[in-house]
Every structure is written in C-alpha cells, then in structure tokens.
Design a binder for this molecule. Structure first.
Ligand SMILES: NC(=O)c1ccc[n+]([C@@H]2O[C@H](COP(=O)([O-])OP(=O)(O)OC[C@H]3O[C@@H](n4cnc5c(N)ncnc54)[C@H](OP(=O)(O)O)[C@@H]3O)[C@@H](O)[C@H]2O)c1
Length: 262
C-alpha cells in the first residue's frame, strides 16, 4: 500500500492543537512538507519545531491568520501557493459555540458560515490550481458526525456542517477528473479543547456534573471511550495518501461506532 507523501506539500488548518495538530504530525510522518495554519503564531512555532522531518526533503512552515478574515487569508495563502504549490488541503477550524438552533441569532449563523464554508471555499480556490497543475490533489474537511445525525444543543454547528458536507460532495464531482479527491472526516467524541467545551456546555444545559455528562456520552459509544486526536488524524492522513486515490466524495466517521446510521 502506497502511503508515501514525500514531495507533497500539505496545508493543515486549525493546526495549533487538537485534531489539526495531530493531522499535521501524521502527514509529516508520511513524508509531506507541512504548512500549519491557525491564529496563535507562538503556538504554531512550537508545533512546527516538533514536527517529524527528513532534512533536505521536508520543509515545514506556519501561517498565523484567522480563517474568517478573508483578505489576510487570501494574501498569505496565495503567496504560499505561488512559492510552493499545495497538494493537500486540510480544512479545519474551531467548532461553533453550543446552543439550540432556535435560539441562535442570524450573526451566529453568519459567523459560522464565514469561518467554515467560506474559508474552505477560498482555500480551495487558492490551492486547486496547483493541484490541477500537478494532476494530483487532496481536499480533506474535518466536519462532524452531525452531518449524518444532528447532535442536540449544537444547532449552529449541525447546520453549517451540513452545508460543508454538501459543498464537499459537489466539489468531489467537479474535481475528480483532475486527480483531486474531496472527502470529509467526521470525528466522534475526541479528547481535545473542543470536547472540553462541549462537556462544559452540556453541564450548563443539563445541570448535571461533568462525570455524569461524560458517562452519558460514553454510554452511546460502543468503543466505551473517547477518541484520541491521533486516531482521527490517522484517517485524515490515509485519505491524503496515494493509496486512497479512488476514495472520493465520502464522509468517513471516526466515532468508535457511535452513529446509528449505516
Ligand atoms: N473534538 C471533538 O470531539 C469533535 C467532535 C466532532 C467534531 N469536531 C470538530 O472538529 C474540528 C477540530 O476539532 P478539535 O477538537 O481539534 O478542535 P480544537 O481542539 O478546539 O482546535 C481547533 C483548532 O482550530 C484553530 N482555530 C480556531 N478558530 C480559528 C480561526 N478562526 N482561524 C484559524 N484557526 C482557528 C485553533 O487554533 P488557534 O486558537 O491558534 O487559532 C485550533 O488549532 C472542529 O471543527 C470541531 O468542532 C470535534
């Protein structure tokens, strides 16, 4: 099985912690040069220094920018893509705050739309020309199991994830002929800052303590535990490899078997 990413350049968003950070590590282990993107420059520098590398073959980099700020995002990523074409794009950012769909303000939906869908679209437009020139590309979107089964008290997130999944499926049809695949990874409950936020929101929404909230969540997971970030990252990295070249337009759940749907 060909898992070798030597000579490939990956742009990994939301890479200063959690799933994005773990994905950057896995991609670097497979030989890719990785550019990390997130808002905190100091954290990115630490993550970059810790990435695996073969001297002379892999060159890692970092871009500090908010994906919701279209102008600086466009300027920084287009400069990067002009200098070194990007073959692998991992679209990933922080999840929207919790709450019921009915209670969310229009601005809450708009903020999530900008940070998720419009940022993904801009990044795809900036990177696809390089992928097309190479005749090879991978776009991998970190979304959520909520694209298949909406999750209670994540109203804005459920809504925006569905939009991203439909966008990605459409793109997979448009770009497949150029050797570019577009897939989604749907993390289940994964031990990161985002899971801590979800636990806090549920404690607040239910009035139960954190142990009870965790136990109720784990009762729905056949694996009986939360995922580690590297387990979700492994699926992202696989989809980036030559071995996954015929996997296109899928939404791959990495959820310990939690979802009910087939
Ligand atoms: N963990 C779970 O259980 C779980 C389950 C289902 C879905 N997901 C989804 O999977 C994605 C990744 O989750 P995670 O758990 O790894 O999240 P996380 O630990 O909260 O990490 C989010 C990453 O995104 C970056 N980020 C946040 N806002 C950004 C912005 N506006 N511009 C640029 N970068 C930004 C953060 O870095 P900076 O702060 O440095 O910018 C950080 O590196 C999220 O969309 C999350 O909702 C997670």
């Amino acid at each position: 099985m060909d898992l070798n990413l030597t000579g490939r350049h990956a742009l990994v968003c939301g890479a200063s912690e959690g799933i994005g950070r773990a994905a950057a590590h896995e991609l670097a282990l497979l030989g890719a040069s990785v550019t990390l993107l997130a808002r905190r420059a100091d954290v990115l520098a630490e993550v970059m220094a810790a990435l695996p590398r073969t001297p002379g073959e892999q060159h890692h980099d970092g871009i500090a920018v908010d994906v919701a700020d279209a102008a600086p995002l466009q300027a920084k990523v287009s400069a990067l893509a002009a200098a070194r074409p990007i073959h692998i794009l991992v679209n990933n950012t922080g999840g929207p705050p919790g709450g019921r769909a009915i209670d969310a303000a229009a601005d809450d939906y708009l903020a999530a739309f900008h940070r998720h869908l419009l940022a993904n679209q801009l990044l795809a437009q900036l990177t696809v020309p390089g992928m097309r020139a190479a005749g090879w590309g991978r776009i991998i979107n970190v979304v959520s199991t909520s694209v298949k089964e909406p999750i209670a008290n994540l109203g804005v997130s459920n809504t925006i994830r569905g939009a991203v999944a439909s966008w990605a499926k459409t793109l997979s049809k448009e770009l497949g002929a150029y050797g570019i695949t577009v897939n989604n990874v749907l993390p289940g409950y994964t031990r990161t800052g985002r899971l801590d936020q979800i636990l806090r929101d549920r404690v607040q929404a239910t009035g139960k303590d954190e142990a009870a909230v965790s136990a109720a969540m784990l009762a729905t997971v056949p694996a009986g535990r939360f995922a580690e970030a590297h387990e979700v990252a492994a699926a992202i990295a696989f989809l980036a490899t030559p071995a996954a070249g015929y996997v296109n337009g899928v939404s791959l759940a990495v959820d310990g078997g939690r979802m009910q749907s087939i």
